[in-house]
Ligand binder design. Structure first.
Ligand SMILES: Nc1ncnc2c1ncn2[C@@H]1O[C@H](COP(=O)(O)OP(=O)(O)OP(=O)(O)O)[C@@H](O)[C@H]1O
Length: 383
């Protein structure tokens, strides 16, 4: 069955001379999801056509995972005859809940016998005569009936909100530190929504942490990959010897701080290798002892590129709401330990000093440990 949808792109339409780049990337991302679809650029919108047995609901739910689409409207088509348009409009509207409406017609096909204002008037009149108790309100209608006269007549009524944001892959690449908790998947998703391609890195300390904690991160990445265009490359970095070495050589209250700095060093190296130019974390001020401004200052000082923390100032409840909406929450709350939750010191330092940490790290073979972690990292393509 032939399905038609009209996709609007909101924010992208403000991109001036770069608009084509964003549009082309959006079209590419849509085509990656729906093989054999046809896409026609209209002004500020895309007309999507697909021969498919998939339900409208399923197709719309897929669109809702494609960043860059701000609104989605199911389009109905009929012959280029005013009577056919009138019948279809009444058929579509008769069970809808509304009091007032307006008709908004466009006529790219100038061969059609009626001008746009005439279509507005005649179709409006027909609806008033055939559906009881409705009125026209051109300023603030409950519902708008859109008509587009092309090679066929297209009608669409209500539009659903899309994911918004910018097409995935239009804003460069960043490495995302993905822990398996609630916050880092949300951070990753927020950056993906701004068009950033993410390369998640998970630090894995087998046997301190189990296979199941690794699977948890793979499953989270899979959920995130539904918002990407071609799947996501996930790094599982080897962290066991780093943790051992830290426990053996560093004061207990500095364990978490030094672990974080090791993560930053490794993330920076992976980012350089992948031509990424940023690092994303799920840190949030004050959430736990290691998330103070002092800690972040000390951690940042070993990163070779900017560190982005999109949930830094958010309330936990708002982060949780997003994690429910994007489908990662139920995976994040699986009760498997993470490398940061095993051997957590009773009293981690809240305000670490850069001088002190540099001093402590002299007892570690930093370069050797970083090198080993990268060499033994596993990479998976998740989709
Ligand atoms: N094992 C890990 N692998 C990759 N990144 C990690 C790991 N542990 C922590 N991180 C990164 O450090 C950030 C802070 O870690 P912490 O354990 O303090 O987090 P959190 O507030 O519980 O966040 P999350 O809910 O993302 O785990 C995480 O958001 C994540 O970006």
């Amino acid at each position: 069955m032939r399905k038609l949808f009209l996709l609007s792109y909101g924010e992208m339409s403000l991109k001036g001379s770069n608009k084509k780049f964003f549009e082309d990337m959006l079209i590419r991302n849509i085509k990656n999801r729906f093989k054999n679809c046809l896409i026609e650029k209209l002004s500020g919108k895309l007309l999507f056509t697909l021969e498919s047995s998939q339900s409208d609901r399923d197709i719309i739910d897929e669109f809702k995972k494609i960043f860059g689409i701000s609104r989605i409207a199911k389009v109905y088509e009929t012959d280029l005859l005013l009577e056919s348009i009138e019948e279809l409009a009444v058929e579509l509207l008769k069970d809808s809940d509304f009091n007032s409406f307006k008709v908004e017609a466009k006529r790219p096909n100038k061969a059609f016998a009626y001008l746009s204002p005439e279509i507005n008037k005649l179709l409006g009149q027909y609806i008033l005569e055939n559906i009881e108790g409705k009125k026209v309100d051109v300023h603030n209608p409950d519902l708008t009936v859109y008509v587009e006269i092309r090679d066929k007549a297209f009608i669409y009524i209500d539009a659903e909100r899309g994911a918004g944001g910018l097409p995935y892959g239009t804003s460069g690449k960043a490495v995302s530190l993905l822990s398996g908790g609630i916050d880092s998947p949300v951070s990753s998703w927020m950056m993906m929504k701004r068009g950033i391609e993410i390369i998640p890195v998970h630090f894995y300390s087998f046997p301190f942490t189990s296979e199941r904690s690794k699977q948890k991160v793979i499953d989270i990445t899979k959920e995130l990959s539904r918002y990407s265009s071609d799947g996501i490359k996930l790094y599982i970095a080897f962290f066991t010897n780093i943790q051992k070495s830290i426990y053996e050589n560093c004061p207990e209250n500095y364990i978490v701080t030094i672990m974080r700095r090791m993560m930053m060093r490794i993330a920076s190296r992976i980012a350089e290798k992948e031509n990424a130019i940023g690092i994303i974390t799920g840190e949030n001020v004050g959430q736990v002892a290691s998330q103070t401004l002092e800690s972040m200052y000390v951690t940042n000082s070993v990163a070779s590129m900017p560190v982005y923390r999109p949930v830094i100032g958010m309330d936990k409840q708002d982060i949780i709401k997003i994690s429910h909406d994007i489908g990662t929450y139920d995976i994040s709350i699986r009760p498997y330990e993470d490398c940061c939750t095993v051997f957590v010191p009773k009293h981690p330092v809240i305000k670490p000093s850069l001088e002190r940490v540099n001093e402590i790290e002299k007892d570690l073979d930093i370069d050797g440990l970083v090198e080993e972690s990268i060499e033994r990292a596993e990479t998976l393509y998740v989709r």
